[in-house]
Design a binder for this molecule. Structure first.
Ligand SMILES: Cc1cc2nc3c(=O)[nH]c(=O)nc-3n(C[C@H](O)[C@H](O)[C@H](O)COP(=O)(O)OP(=O)(O)OC[C@H]3O[C@@H](n4cnc5c(N)ncnc54)[C@H](O)[C@@H]3O)c2cc1C
Length: 797
């Protein structure tokens, strides 16, 4: 008889075990975990298994807190206790003031999740970790909850609980193929027979691409060889009277934790290497790579310099095994792009610490369609077509080499660049352009004043501040030109296209040809899912424009909702076209000089769209503005981009046209109270909480309406003015009142036209009206702030 289950999870490491346990917790007990060998026989069994609370954003901190709480509870289960060293504490070291400021920001961010990190000086580091030398050390971030766990016991405990709840765990049965049926359900093939499943989950660790290939997908996951050493007992540890805290060292790239009375020391060596790029031996199971101590010797010396006691004892064991990486270091947890009823939980490089939380969030996504936190930072759809395994391997090396060196704001690392370019990238570069990366696309951030200008990255305002001020001034007083590469654009057609979009969006949908409207899409929980600029073009064509990174996300969401009887077609034009924006009081003159037609205010009103020629380039021109100034978005096929650019520059010469970049746009959009997808537009808040009230029409039907109607708003998005010119408030910073966290910053920057330090923040609803005063914890300093009007600049758009 064929076996059947609602969900089949493939892979019995921490990812799979956590997922199946949490599925049963979310009410899905009809599920199977299938493992090719024994549980934990991939990477999990030999993990150093440190469990930390540190994360770069609130979702990561929240999911790690879930791991810690769950592991503690499991360790205290009298029926099946497991070994967990809970809350030994840990220190992330720092030797520069910039790192210390970063830690202060992360401490501010984590406080909003109920996690109290502490930034301590070097002497305090040594007091808490008696093996540490403090030479050249400034201090560190103390994470009180750090610890380590027995990885095999953890997985057995999770599997046991899942079994007790009704799930089935099958071992020694490799999945050999996957077939998707017409109704989107799956047949999971094994040598011992098929299993029918509604939903499949790829939790295959370093073999995730073998499983991916069975369903015709390639995950941007690559493995690195990763080593740690175990030392003989160390006297100072035996005598300390307490367990040693964990150490993470961004100066010499190692970590350590106590193991028995010695240390476990792991290395992120510069001379690192990828693993399994040309296929993985099918017999590599419960296995390690050969010891390779030479590779890490320099890094080990760094650890010995910081903890000289290591040099006095021998090494008794070396562990060298594969560890998975993605392009940005965070895993892939969520729906597999372009597939139905298929999820993955792969690319975990800190799977023991994070796995409890990832499985929790994934189970929520499978059971309810969404998790309690916004999961974009782990969403597999955040990477699009450029995200090959080849690129991933290069980024994995870069990431491994910088393991404990967090990204500073606006820091875009060099490897794998340029990945996606337009015909203008080289032209703008020749003009001094400095680029960031958005979904693989090179995007102009600002124009450097000289070829050798280097931005000094910092959590404070940087040395690019005046450059950006200058670009904003040029836009405000004259006219600027910028390229918005990678903007997502779908063409939606069919007799039912408008009705379909009307159902998908929560406000009034603009249906008139030649007009543009801004619309918001909600999920079934009534929370903000997506933002779209809907433009109605001749011939019944609708352009759906959204953030550059949203291409796969929005495509999946839209296509999943097309009814079987609906005549709706969607095709992506994202990689075929690019936008040029001209903005500023003289923008109309520049456009009129480059394109025939009536561009007068009457002839081409606010929110109009028209097809035209800019020079000889066919273009679709929209009168919309993200800056608040008079502005035109000129959408041009990439093949004609250069021609359009040349025409605008030629026309602009007489009007003093200047280039400007995305950093100037960021400053201006904050002054207008305009939002960014995945900064302000999150699945944790309703449109009312996001201050999008004018964009909701409860008198029509739309996805998420019932849930929205039933939801009681708890917070409100506001604009804050911060009384300081020291630093911007970065996303995640805590808004404090009377020693209590009452809100979280979503974005912040200097408003160059208004001379204000501006932040957007979600604050408790009762505190959201104008004039309410708070402190915002910006890199450890409590800066006074007050709620001001959402739009603090009166543009002339
Ligand atoms: C040396 C080292 C030290 C580490 N230290 C830490 C640390 O201190 N803290 C931390 O958080 N993380 C650490 N990690 C990382 C962590 O161990 C991994 O992130 C985690 O174990 C990955 O778990 P997983 O379930 O994704 O993969 P795996 O453990 O590899 O599990 C995948 C499972 O899928 C099974 N499988 C594959 N293909 C099939 C198939 N076709 N059919 C059925 N089953 C299949 C495999 O047999 C395997 O059991 C370390 C890793 C290494 C290598």
């Amino acid at each position: 008889m064929t076996e059947r289950a609602k969900v089949v999870v493939i892979g019995g490491g921490i990812a799979g075990c956590s997922t199946i346990y949490h599925l049963t917790q979310e009410g899905i007990t009809d599920c199977i975990l299938i493992e090719r060998d024994e549980l934990t026989s991939g990477t999990t069994w030999h993990s150093a298994a440190q469990v930390t609370n540190f994360g770069m954003n609130q979702t990561m901190v929240g999911l790690k807190s879930h791991s810690i709480a769950l592991y503690k509870e499991l360790s205290e289960d009298p029926e099946y206790p497991i070994n967990y060293h809970h809350a030994d504490g840990g220190i992330r070291l720092a030797n520069t003031e910039e790192q210390m400021e970063g830690y202060r920001h992360f401490a501010s961010m984590a406080r909003g999740m109920g996690v109290e990190f502490e930034v301590i000086d070097a002497a305090e580091c040594a007091r808490r970790h008696p093996l540490l030398e403090t030479d050249g050390l400034l201090g560190g971030l103390w994470d009180p909850m750090d610890g380590d766990i027995d990885p095999a016991q953890l997985c057995q405990a999770l599997a046991r609980r899942a079994r007790n709840a009704g799930a089935k765990v099958i071992r020694h049965r490799p999945v050999t193929g996957l077939t998707q049926r017409k109704d989107d359900s799956w047949i999971v093939h094994t040598e011992k027979g098929d299993i029918e499943a509604e939903i499949v989950v790829n939790a295959g660790g370093y073999r995730c691409n073998e499983i991916g290939a069975m369903m015709g997908v390639s995950h941007p996951v690559a493995s690195m060889e990763h080593q740690y050493f175990l030392t003989e007992p160390i006297k100072a540890i035996e005598e300390a009277g307490h367990r040693m805290p964990l150490i993470r060292c961004p100066i010499s790239d190692y970590y350590s934790r106590q193991e028995k009375n010695g240390l476990l020391i792991g290395f992120y060596e510069q001379g690192c290497k990828t693993w399994g790029m040309d296929g993985i031996d099918p017999n590599f199971t419960n296995a390690l790579s050969p010891d390779d101590p030479e590779r890490v010797i320099e890094t080990f010396e760094g650890a010995m310099a910081r903890m000289p006691a290591i040099g006095e004892v021998g090494i008794h064991t070396i562990v060298n095994g594969p560890i998975t990486y993605t392009i940005d270091g965070a895993p892939l947890v969520g729906p597999i792009p372009g597939k139905r009823n298929a999820f993955c939980i792969t690319g975990l490089r800190a799977g023991l610490g994070e796995g409890g939380g990832h499985g929790w969030l994934l189970a929520q996504m499978i059971a309810h369609g969404e998790a309690c936190y916004d999961t974009w930072c782990i969403d597999p759809r955040r990477f699009t077509g450029h995200a090959t395994v080849e690129l991933t391997a290069l980024k994995a090396i870069e990431d491994y080499q910088n393991e404990f060196r967090f990204h500073f704001p606006h820091e875009h690392r060099p490897v794998g660049r340029p990945m996606k370019t337009t015909p203008l990238t080289a032209v703008l570069e020749a003009e001094g352009g400095h680029f960031g990366v958005v979904n693989g696309w090179e995007r102009l951030e600002y124009v450097k004043p000289s070829a050798d200008f280097e931005e000094e990255h910092s959590f404070r305002f940087t040395n690019a501040h005046d450059i950006i001020a200058d670009e904003v001034r040029a836009v405000q007083s004259g006219v600027g030109l910028t390229e918005v590469s990678g903007f997502n654009r779908f063409e939606i057609t069919g007799a039912d296209a408008h009705d379909f979009l009307d159902r998908m969006t929560c406000g009034r949908l603009q249906r008139t040809e030649g007009r543009v409207g801004l619309s918001y899409l909600l999920n079934h929980q009534g929370m903000v899912k997506a933002e779209a600029t809907v433009a109605n073009l001749p011939g019944g064509r609708i352009w759906y424009g959204s953030a550059a990174a949203s291409e796969y996300h929005d495509m999946d969401w839209l296509t999943q909702h097309i009814g079987v009887d609906e005549d709706v077609q969607i095709r992506s034009l994202t990689n075929d076209m690019t936008i040029l924006v001209i903005a500023g009081p003289k923008a109309r003159d520049v456009l009129a000089g480059a394109a025939r037609g009536d561009w007068s205010n009457e002839g081409f009103k606010w929110l109009a769209v028209r097809e035209a020629f800019v020079g000889i380039a066919p273009a679709t021109v929209m009168r919309v503005s993200f800056s608040g100034e008079l502005a035109y978005e000129i959408h041009v096929p990439n093949q004609s981009l250069r021609a359009a650019y040349d025409a605008l520059r030629a026309s602009g010469a007489a009007h003093g046209l200047r280039l400007f970049g995305s950093r100037a746009v960021e400053s201006m959009r904050l002054e207008m109270g305009f939002m960014h997808w995945k900064a302000e537009l999150l699945t944790e808040f309703t449109p009312y909480e996001t201050s999008l009230d004018p964009f909701v029409k409860m008198e029509k039907d739309f996805v998420g309406k019932a849930a929205l109607a039933a939801h009681e708003p708890k917070v409100k998005l506001v604009t804050l003015e911060i009384d300081s010119d020291m630093a911007p408030a970065h996303g995640g910073a805590s808004v404090m009142l009377g020693g209590r966290v009452v809100g979280t910053v979503s974005s912040g920057d200097w408003g160059h036209r208004t001379g204000k330090n501006i932040a957007m923040a979600f604050v408790e609803k009762a505190l959201a009206s104008e004039g309410h005063a708070f402190d915002v914890d910006v890199i450890g300093q409590m800066l006074p702030a007050k709620v001001i009007s959402g739009r603090i600049y009166e543009g002339a758009r």
